[in-house]
Design a protein around this ligand. Sequence first.
Ligand code: NAP
Length: 244
Amino acid sequence: MPRIALVTGGSRGIGRAIALNLGATGHRVAVNYNSSADAADAVVAEITGAGGEAIAVGGDVGNEAAVVAMIARVSADLGPVEVLVNNAGITRDDLLLRMGADAWDSVVETNLRSVYLCSRAALRGMLKARWGRIISVTSVSGLSGNPGQANYAAAKAGIVGFTKSVAKEVGKRGITVNCVAPGFVQTDMTAGLGDDVKDAALGSIALGRLGTPEEIAGAVGYLASDDASYVTGQVLVVDGGLAI
Ligand code: NAP
């Protein structure tokens, strides 16, 4: 059944594909962005052009006041958030000895604190409705670790613990909490990686290729759908066989 969905970081990459997927299945979609307003507007135009309903909502997901304002804005314009997709994320890779506290803090703030802030803000409405879906985008880095990504892997592993804990807190109120763990996906985030890194990754991926944003969006669409009504506290790995 189509619902009101908020996709954080819906302006580009995986978030964009998730917003389009949910829009195509009839959800009314709020497309969050931080700096890419034009890209978010383009996603909204694509959804509405296909007969769907969508709005763009700016806001830094690591900032509490911005998150509270964003959830209020979605509530006012579309209705209470029923499906929250915590997708926004950044990387600031470096080996631990060279990793400054600012690189640690910014990655933890945008990738993990955001999940706490957005989920808590959206949860009130879900509890009232006794129905909700919280789906967070983690990473195989958070499951297996990755050199140069101690900050990112720690934040992504934090999402897994958060997901399992909150799933146990709110399950009896009709709310499921899950995450999707992509491997290497073709987006701006991976575009800057050197050929050596990509070649090494390709050698470890059973399917022998990078994933597409749409392939991650399909997994999120499933977890948002009624087909996933008995799935909670799970990490759905979508990595072409990288982590096996
Ligand atoms: P991307 O192409 O770099 O896009 C990142 C998105 O997050 C953009 O829409 C960006 O919006 C938004 N964003 C960043 N900081 C934000 C903030 N403070 N507040 C609100 N939005 C913010 O990245 P991606 O590859 O699609 O990654 C999406 C998610 O998948 C991330 O959580 C990432 O960690 C995860 N992931 C990606 C891969 C991969 O291989 N690509 C693998 C595993 C997991 P603006 O442009 O408006 O700033």
